[in-house]
Design a protein around this ligand. Structure first.
Ligand code: SF4
Length: 349
């Protein structure tokens, strides 16, 4: 017998095609989507308006995979971090950020990560595997089931590099965006990359207005390569060219994330370099206050004054800039920290 497929990995058209091939009516696909994404059922048997023979076939061919939530950490600022266990035992994290009555979920795209950025906990454990389309979507559904709250925004900023799992990410975005699916607008969905140029190029040609965010963290090749090994493969100069092209062709603003690290990337010189690098296209900068990874690096957050001066230089160059106080500092909300805690101390389970 063939292995059952997680039905959440399929788009509406694919479900319709599979139904008609088995001589069921294609309109049943919309009913199935309603049960999956609005009612958030965990079994086909709960789909009470479907005929019995269809329910038996669905049960025979598909599963509705659900992740097990094995830990929730609640921050004083309202953020919640979830540690989910996948069906093969791997662990991933998702974070719910509550802000001015808007809820944002930060979701993971891979188990672990290839890139080993110096400041990031996710890269420390190495890369394990890509998440399937169903596992990506399931993070949103699981948080909705746990909190019973409306989700307004999705950001692909959790564990992993989304563009290294491009096909599954884009398919999950289609289902998240679809009216019959989770129904979240494309402009409410942000893909954040460490600078995978082929992914930015593909997104530039993709017919959806998804938000692009790029982790920059330095305005010179040498410092960036030291912080982010990905820069050796996709150098800053070419990365900025790809971002400029994206901004102009899509007529969209690119957001650059810039982690403020004391004595490393927070000088006046770096602020001026950054301004010159991005001033000729529609870009904005989020200066992020660093949330140190416990005992793992010597990196420190920048002083308040250095952040203020850096921000002023960007403003003087007419670059929109905000300072982001990272949410969930008290719950280790930097990506990968909760999972790593579990991997390091398995007895804690
Ligand atoms: S910051 Fe992103 S790309 Fe870098 S190691 Fe962490 S998850 Fe990977």
């Amino acid at each position: 017998m063939e292995k059952k497929i997680d039905i959440k990995g399929l788009g509406l058209k694919e479900v319709e095609e599979k139904l008609t091939r088995e001589e069921f009516s294609s309109f049943r696909a919309r009913q199935i989507f309603h049960w999956l994404y609005q009612q958030k059922v965990s079994s086909f048997q709960e789909m009470s308006n479907l005929p019995k023979n269809l329910l038996s076939w669905l049960d025979f061919v598909f599963t509705i995979e659900q992740m097990k939530c094995i830990k929730v950490q609640k921050s004083l600022d309202g953020s919640e971090k979830y540690l989910f266990q996948l069906n093969d035992g791997q662990l991933i994290e998702s974070v719910l950020i509550r802000n001015k009555k808007r809820n944002t979920i930060c979701i993971s795209s891979q188990v672990g990560c290839l890139w080993n950025c110096l400041f990031c906990a996710s890269g420390k454990g190495g890369f394990k595997r890509n998440l399937s389309t169903g596992e990506i979507i399931e993070q949103v559904l699981a948080v909705q089931r746990l909190t019973r709250e409306i989700i307004h925004n999705i950001v692909f900023m959790g564990m992993g590099e989304p563009f290294n799992n491009y096909d599954n990410i884009m398919k999950s975005i289609q289902i998240i965006n679809s009216k019959q699916g989770i129904n979240i607008g494309a402009r409410k969905i942000t893909v954040s990359t460490c600078g995978i140029i082929p992914g930015i190029v593909k997104l530039t040609g993709y017919p959806m207005q998804i938000e692009l965010s790029v982790s920059l963290h330095s305005a010179d090749e040498k410092t960036r390569s030291a912080l982010m090994p990905v820069n050796n493969k996709y150098p800053l100069k070419e990365l900025i060219n790809a971002c400029r092209n994206y901004a102009r062709k899509k007529n969209r603003q690119v957001t650059f994330e810039y982690l403020m690290l004391k004595g490393i990337n927070d000088s006046l010189e770096q602020a001026n370099k950054l301004s010159h690098l991005i001033m000729d296209f529609d870009a904005k900068v989020n200066l992020i206050i660093y949330n140190p990874i416990d005992n793992q690096t010597n990196l420190l957050p920048s002083d308040e004054q250095a952040i203020y001066i850096f921000q002023r230089v960007l403003k003087e160059n007419h670059i929109p800039v905000t300072i982001r106080y990272s949410k969930g500092q008290d719950i280790n909300a930097a990506c990968g920290q909760l999972r790593n805690g579990y991997i390091d101390i398995p007895d804690d389970l």
